[in-house]
Design a protein around this ligand. Structure first.
Ligand code: ADE
Length: 224
């Protein structure tokens, strides 16, 4: 899979992509991640990529030409399955969307900044608009990092134990059960006996019960 990201502040994403699971996934050749600087595609003086909005109002808007130059230049090398725009008014990102995107071959993610991007880019190029939550961030970069992480960990071979993504919270509509590691007791707080019992059937039953309980509790607190 290949994910290209268009950003006005590509440095924000470098560190995120060069550590841990995403780093290993790239090293193993399972995913190709590239962040492209929108500024590299502008023909305006001084690397300008944003301007005041027509009709007045506070805040700068990313201009159409640099972004279209970038999209069309990248499209010469790659056919994208989706061109995604990260925006607080997009569809709320969830595990189902992550699963769907993980089946695609090539994705292009556009990060907005300031007041957003010229609407004509959304109208004529973007195929999917994604929000990572009902709050406004200063740019789409954190959202693009969230989507990239959630999608890449689902690619076969990315996680060491391939089955582990299948047992993630949300994959079967249930939240994951609690997990424990050594020591068995810390300040009198004990690991549940069942996990130390060696009885795998009982352990699986307990884990399922805990998943159901967590999911119900979460549903109740969402209602409040
Ligand atoms: N850009 C700004 N806020 C955002 C959000 N909540 N989700 C995705 N992209 C954004």
């Amino acid at each position: 899979m290949k994910i290209d990201i268009l950003s006005a502040v590509p440095q924000l994403m470098d560190s995120f992509f060069s550590h841990s699971i995403l780093k290993r996934a790239q090293e193993k050749g399972l995913v190709e991640l590239k962040v492209h600087n929108i500024r590299d595609y502008t023909n305006y003086k001084h690397g300008q990529i944003d301007d005041y909005q027509f009709g007045g109002g506070a805040g700068l808007v990313l201009m159409i030409e640099p972004i279209v130059n970038a999209i069309e230049s990248l499209q010469k090398a790659t056919i994208y399955d989706e061109i995604i725009f990260m925006t607080p008014d997009g569809d709320l990102f969830d595990q189902k969307t992550a699963n769907q995107l993980s089946l695609k071959k090539n994705l292009l993610i556009i990060c907005g900044h300031y007041k957003g991007i010229d609407q004509r880019i959304r109208d004529h190029f973007v195929t999917k608009e994604i929000s990572i939550g009902e709050y406004v961030l200063s740019g789409g970069e954190l959202g693009a990092a969230v989507v990239t992480d959630a999608v890449c960990r689902l690619l076969p071979g990315v996680l060491n134990d391939e089955t582990s993504a299948l047992f993630d919270s949300f994959q079967d509509g249930l939240l994951a059960p609690p997990v424990y590691t050594r020591p068995e007791e810390f300040r009198g707080w004990k690991v549940p006996d069942v996990l130390l019992s060696g009885n795998h059937a009982r352990i699986e039953e307990w884990r399922h019960e805990m998943s159901v309980k967590r999911t119900e509790e979460r549903a109740k607190s969402d209602e409040r």
